[in-house]
Write a protein that binds this ligand. Structure first.
Ligand code: NCD
Ligand code: ZN
Length: 348
């Protein structure tokens, strides 16, 4: 078969995205809005987004930061804490402010100090969510003295499996999966558990963090794993199976915060987010399954309509920007900065 020179997709969605706030948001949001019709916006700001009022205000600031004429809908999430009120969550969902709740185990990642210290403390919230059909988005890593490369797999046994037993009707998304154990678990629980997959976890394994010296821009959480895991996650993404869908976890941190004695976790993929996935699907001869992964599966899982309209990409080289400026900061270093990619957005 002759390789296609262009593809047209129903407009895709990003089911896991960090836009931050203020000047940072003003710089990064246009990249996401250019590529995706909707994005699930993560609530790990300081202070965290934990009430319908603050989510409504944050949504307003996002819409104000978008370029004229942008057609983009931010889908807001509620940051789950030990003190979250089930009524607040239910009201936010019913009013259409909250699309989902995000569960960070306390201290698992960036701005997670207010996360859940013991899942039993939030059982009343989960009970209510199960009743109203509201999805729980899970950062699936244990904290503590478990080896950092094992934290996702251990989370499945210690937390996720018991949770599914206690809440058989709760819809959950296993965010940014990185291991073959997570792939197997999601497949086995398909229908009640979905999973997002980032572009960077499809492209790098853990060696990339140490290639010729320490590479802070390739560090994120969950941390990249062994090559065998990357392959398993890649096979899942390109399979087209309904339980796997696109979620970039684009997580900008300014350069001085990344290149530091204690560099922040997060990879900033937004400037090439969709193009990176296209490259992966092309390499796997799976371009015919990209639309399922990028534009259909997530919407179906969330019970939302698919987007109208289309996005065209062409097989043409372009260079990922070396740097993205953010007023008043040291700027951002995108994933694959300065490298050539083989697919670009048409008309822009
Ligand atoms: C995210 C961030 O910076 O907010 N970092 C990351 O490494 N992915 C938080 C998260 O999603 O874990
Ligand atoms: Zn994230």
């Amino acid at each position: 078969m002759i390789p296609p020179t262009e593809i047209t997709l129903r407009r895709p969605d990003d089911w896991h995205c960090h836009l931050r706030d203020g000047a940072m948001m003003a710089s990064v949001a246009p990249f996401t809005a250019r590529r995706f019709a909707r994005a699930i916006i993560m609530p790990n700001l300081l202070p965290v987004q934990a009430t319908p009022i603050s989510a409504r205000q944050y949504r307003g600031r996002i819409l104000d930061a978008l370029p004229e004429g942008a057609q983009f809908t931010p889908l807001m999430t509620c940051y789950l804490t030990d003190r979250t009120d089930p009524d607040d969550v239910a009201r936010g969902f019913e009013e259409g402010v909250f699309t989902a709740v995000k569960f960070y185990p306390a201290d698992a990642t960036t701005n997670s100090a207010d996360g859940v210290t013991d899942i039993r403390k939030v059982y009343p919230v989960l009970e209510r969510m199960q009743k109203i059909g509201m999805p729980l988005l899970i950062h699936g890593e244990v904290v503590g003295d478990v080896d950092i490369f094992d934290r996702e797999a251990v989370f499945i046994d210690r937390v996720f499996t018991p949770l599914l037993g206690d809440f058989p009707g709760l819809k959950t998304v296993f965010e940014h999966i990185t291991t073959s154990e997570a792939v197997d678990f999601v497949r086995a629980s398909s229908g009640r558990v979905g999973a997002t997959i980032t572009a960077h976890h499809l492209m790098i394994n853990r060696n990339a963090m140490f290639e010729g010296g320490i590479r802070p821009h390739r560090y994120c959480l969950p941390v990249a794993k062994r090559e065998a895991h990357r392959r398993a996650v890649r096979a899942a993404a390109v399979s087209g199976e309904p339980c796997f869908f696109l979620g970039t976890d684009s997580a900008p941190h300014e350069i001085t915060a990344k290149v530091s004695a204690r560099g922040c976790a997060g990879i900033f993929t937004a400037p090439a987010a969709l193009e990176l996935y296209v490259q992966v699907f092309d390499e796997e001869n799976a371009l015919d399954r990209l639309e399922a992964f990028a534009s259909l599966n997530g919407a179906a899982f969330y019970g939302l309509p698919v987007n109208e309209g289309a996005l065209r990409l062409v097989r043409q080289e372009w260079t990922v920007p070396e740097k993205v400026e953010v007023a008043g900061t040291s700027g951002l270093h995108p994933f694959m900065a300065g490298r050539n990619l083989g697919w670009r957005l048409a008309d822009g």
